[in-house]
Design a protein around this ligand. Structure first.
Ligand SMILES: N[C@@H](CCC(=O)N[C@@H](CS)C(=O)NCC(=O)O)C(=O)O
Length: 290
């Protein structure tokens, strides 16, 4: 693993790393924020949306202010493999590069070309984070935006033993029923049906799925992907699925806000707090028990 850059912000340090990744078969970058003085800070993963690298969030969200004040580390991965030279991978903003959808592709050529972002985030990156100073990789939560909100919700349901908290900003809640998700699942998995195992609305209904005391979802009421002719996000489907499954959900609509980082930067502190309230508590419990 090599260090690409290091910046001081608020009460802590960002470090940007590159490493040769097994699951994605290429060099991957990610960024980590560690608050000053942390010895075992809980880890909040932020999963980004379509077209993003790890840098969009680091530069635009301003999350380090609250993360340093709460003593939470932030881990920000990229959104897909890059540069594996696959024909067509750069042709569209919503498939291929920048659009890994947090699934392990089953369909060729994507499966052999490292489109394995589920394994990358949930296992390979987690193991790397375990080796970093100041952070506790075993005390982790997830949040994310849009495609990354879908990643946060679905990985939390699929790996409840790895994540003790989950929230999301304008997540793609029901990808088997929206154009972005249908395109991704047909392309990476071979069918929309195969995507049911990566759809938050379907996963919350499964009884072996993890349950969380609450899930926070923020949504801009003027989000261009919500209020257009085509609803890519479908938060009301997630509300209905959570109600049916007995999963507590705090879904908040914010008038005037769109899908952008202006929305994310306004509400990100609440997501850091939401994770901190759960993970610091979790941490205390763990230490009290030992
Ligand atoms: N480029 C796409 C939209 C892509 C988009 O909105 N991406 C969001 C995540 S879904 C984002 O965070 N973009 C990067 C940024 O705003 O910095 C379009 O024009 O329809």
């Amino acid at each position: 693993m090599k260090q690409l850059a290091r910046w001081r912000q608020f009460g802590g340090w960002w470090t940007r790393y590159a490493h040769d990744a097994r699951s994605t078969k290429c060099e991957m970058t990610f960024s980590v924020f560690v608050p000053d003085g942390a010895t075992a800070a809980p880890t909040l993963y932020y999963l980004s949306g379509l077209t993003c690298t790890d840098e969009n969030f680091v530069h635009k969200a301003g999350a380090a202010r609250q993360a340093s004040s709460r003593g939470v580390a932030l881990v920000v991965p990229d959104t897909s493999p890059r540069g594996n030279g696959l024909a067509g991978e750069d042709d569209a903003y919503d498939f291929g590069t920048g659009a890994g959808f947090y699934v392990d592709a089953l369909q060729e050529p994507w499966a052999s070309a490292g489109y394995k972002m589920e394994s990358y985030v949930a296992t390979e990156l987690r193991d790397l984070v375990d080796g970093l100073e100041g952070v506790d990789a075993d005390n982790a939560g997830l949040t994310g935006h849009s495609m990354g909100g879908h990643g946060a919700l679905t990985l939390a349901f699929k790996y409840p033993d790895r994540y003790a908290s989950v929230s999301a900003l304008a997540p793609i809640c029901n990808p088997t029923r929206c154009p972005w998700g249908v395109k991704a699942f047909e392309g990476y998995l071979g069918s929309v049906d195969a995507g049911e195992d990566h759809d938050a609305c379907k996963l919350v209904a499964k009884h072996e799925t993890g349950r969380f005391d609450s899930i926070l979802v923020d949504q801009g009421a003027e989000d261009q992907f919500l209020v257009g002719d085509i609803d890519q996000l479908r938060p009301e489907s997630f509300r209905a699925a959570c109600d049916k499954a007995g999963q507590n959900l705090n879904l908040r609509y914010h008038p005037g806000f769109d899908h952008s980082y202006f929305f994310i930067s306004t509400f990100i502190d609440d997501h850091v707090d939401f994770a901190a309230d759960r993970l610091l508590n979790n941490n205390n419990k763990k230490h009290a028990a030992s």
